[in-house]
Ligand binder design. Structure first.
Ligand code: PEP
Length: 253
């Protein structure tokens, strides 16, 4: 397997009040102590950021947000800027998650704006792409994920790629208990790597971290992570239980 350091990231979605977050973050820090074979990230709700950053200070666990606005500041009621996240000690941000695309009007054009703004601010971006079930059944998965990757990265400079992670998340696998097979995950991540090769060259393609996400858990993580093109995971449900999340981190060592 290529020598890329995997990234295991939890996506808490809209779960955990600050008091619960503090407990879960502290437990995750304790349980994953010494597991330095992968980078460990928890992407928490905005209101949990302060307690989460405090509880992970000088530890192996990094904190991420789940969205970011693309403007620097101004009259955008309810939005959060990249500078705000940076000043709060956030290092990562998920952009283009399928739930944002499905329920909140997110499209590739706005995913692209967010990605560029976040990278410019120095955040590490976890960019999500993935096909819906009808697209897989119509045999157009490769076209869909290639198109999303190209549109979402338009105008992103080669030297910003070191802060970019792509998460391949088939929408039919998210929160459904239906995991992609290791072969399906490997193939799709390989397609995305090829797109990066076409856009930025071979070296960039070999270096970029591409995660799988979609009902990854303590039971199936090892076989997914063993695949050549799968460099980690973006984990929803299982990241809410520190012991389960830790098993996935363990599988990535
Ligand atoms: C996700 O939210 O990115 C995700 C993969 O969720 P789950 O692990 O619950 O399918």
């Amino acid at each position: 397997k290529a020598k890329r350091k995997p990234v295991i990231a939890g996506n808490w979605k809209m779960n955990m009040t600050p008091s619960k977050a503090e407990e879960a973050v502290k437990e995750t820090v304790e349980l994953t102590k010494g597991m330095d074979g992968c980078d460990i990230v928890l992407c928490v709700p905005f209101v949990d950021i302060r307690v989460a950053v405090r509880a992970t200070k000088d530890t192996q666990v990094k904190i991420g947000a789940q969205n970011v606005h693309f403007e620097k500041n101004g009259a955008f009621t309810g939005e959060i800027s990249a500078d705000m996240l940076c000043e709060c000690g956030v290092e990562y941000v998920i952009i283009g998650h399928s739930e944002r695309r499905q329920y909140f009007g997110e499209i590739d054009a706005t995913v692209n704006l967010r990605t560029k703004a976040a990278l410019k601010a120095g955040l590490k971006v976890i960019l999500c792409v993935g096909e819906i079930l009808a697209e897989r059944q119509a045999n157009i998965t490769a076209e869909i994920i290639s198109m999303q990757t190209k549109l979402d990265l338009a105008g992103v400079e080669a030297d910003e790629l070191k802060n970019l992670i792509i998460a391949y998340e088939p929408v039919w696998a998210i929160g459904t208990g239906l995991t992609a097979t290791p072969e399906q995950a490997d193939k799709a991540c390989g397609i995305i790597r090829n797109v990066i090769c076409g856009l930025y060259g071979k070296e960039a393609a070999e270096a970029i971290i591409i995660q799988y996400g979609g009902s990854m858990n303590d039971a199936n993580a090892a076989e997914l992570l063993a695949k050549e093109n799968v460099d980690g995971g973006l984990i929803g449900g299982a990241s809410l239980v520190p012991a389960k999340f830790t098993e996935i981190v363990k599988a990535a060592q």
